[in-house]
Unconditional design. Structure first.
Length: 318
């Protein structure tokens, strides 16, 4: 590792230390020493256990569950780094919290993604890096550099095998059609788009399927799977004549119990392919789950940023 005057350092909170350790190993730098404690009254206390003066810090902290605890921990680390005279602090947040609350769908709602952006910026983050955010417009909430990365090449490469030559890429809604089109172009597969309407705050209903899915194996793409509502859309695909062995390519595996139960209950779904932007603990390690590591992508981006090299080839495709 060639270092500038400001040494490169990788730190992690409690959100995903395994990912941070993997990135640090790829960059051949030691993982920074720090301690997070949960106080008896549920407050969070953070401490840097080594000197960081004049260092370029990359804090790897995806904000999965418990979201608020990990978000507050991130803000406290930013404060600790600033008070310890770090040269710069970049927040690597593969899973950006509150990204699905990026607009006012109804009156008198908070735009929570904007609140998170403001907090990170005000606490001294020099730049923010995230992967496959729900709405790319969130980038505009920041006044600091933002690097929106994509796991698309990693996930698409998994399906670049002969067994998927008869597949079709399926977008679960119109909003994901552009991303699905990029998958289809990379894999030279046809594109199918599902139209749905929201029936309540938590439920949706598929109204029709656009494109030829008959006799083809569906590969359904999406940015996040939480409760698994996308799994219910498999019914509409098989009503339209889809071939057996549906697969899903999902960047962020939130995987609430309902999603795991739906995987258990539906034999038509063969694989759920995800990345490790979020940790996948043992109770979420379903037999149908395939986890791909995002660490090489993050390590490459961090090194390019540290060296001042271009990273445009790794940004979200438009």
């Amino acid at each position: 590792m060639v270092e500038s005057y400001h040494p490169l350092r990788i730190f992690s909170g409690m959100a995903h230390p395994e990912l941070a350790a993997e990135v640090a190993a790829l960059l051949h730098v030691p993982l920074g020493k720090s301690t997070t404690r949960r106080m008896p009254d549920s407050e969070t206390h953070v401490m840097l256990d080594e000197v960081v003066r004049d260092q370029d810090i990359f804090l790897i902290q995806p904000c999965g569950e418990p979201v608020n605890d990990h978000l507050v921990e991130t803000l406290l680390y930013l404060d600790a780094f600033r008070r310890a005279s770090a040269h710069s602090v970049s927040v690597v947040m593969p899973y950006f919290p509150y990204a699905r609350q990026e607009r006012m769908a109804k009156g008198r709602e908070a735009i929570s993604a904007r609140v998170v952006a403001n907090m990170l910026e005000l606490q001294g983050a020099r730049r923010v890096i995230y992967v496959d955010i729900h709405n790319r417009a969130v980038q505009g909430f920041f006044n600091i550099p933002v690097d929106p990365l994509s796991a698309l090449p990693l996930l698409a490469n998994y399906f670049r095998t002969p067994e998927f030559t008869d597949a079709a890429i399926v977008s679960p809604d119109v909003g994901r059609a552009t991303l699905a089109g990029q998958y289809a172009e990379l894999l030279n597969l046809p594109l199918v788009v599902m139209h749905k309407r929201r029936t309540s705050f938590t439920t949706t209903e598929t109204t029709h399927v656009v494109g030829d899915i008959e006799g083809r194996r569906p590969i359904i793409i999406d940015d996040v799977m939480a409760g698994g509502s996308v799994l219910k859309q498999v019914d509409a695909l098989y009503d339209a004549g889809a071939a057996p062995g549906a697969c899903l390519a999902i960047t962020h595996p939130v995987l609430l119990p309902t999603a795991l139960a739906r995987l258990d209950a539906d034999d038509r779904i063969e694989q759920l392919v995800v990345t490790n932007t979020l940790p996948v603990p043992p109770h979420k390690r379903h037999p149908k789950l395939v986890v791909l590591s995002i660490a090489p992508l993050l390590a490459d981006i961090i090194y390019r940023i540290y060296r001042g090299d271009s990273i445009s080839s790794q940004l979200v495709l438009s």
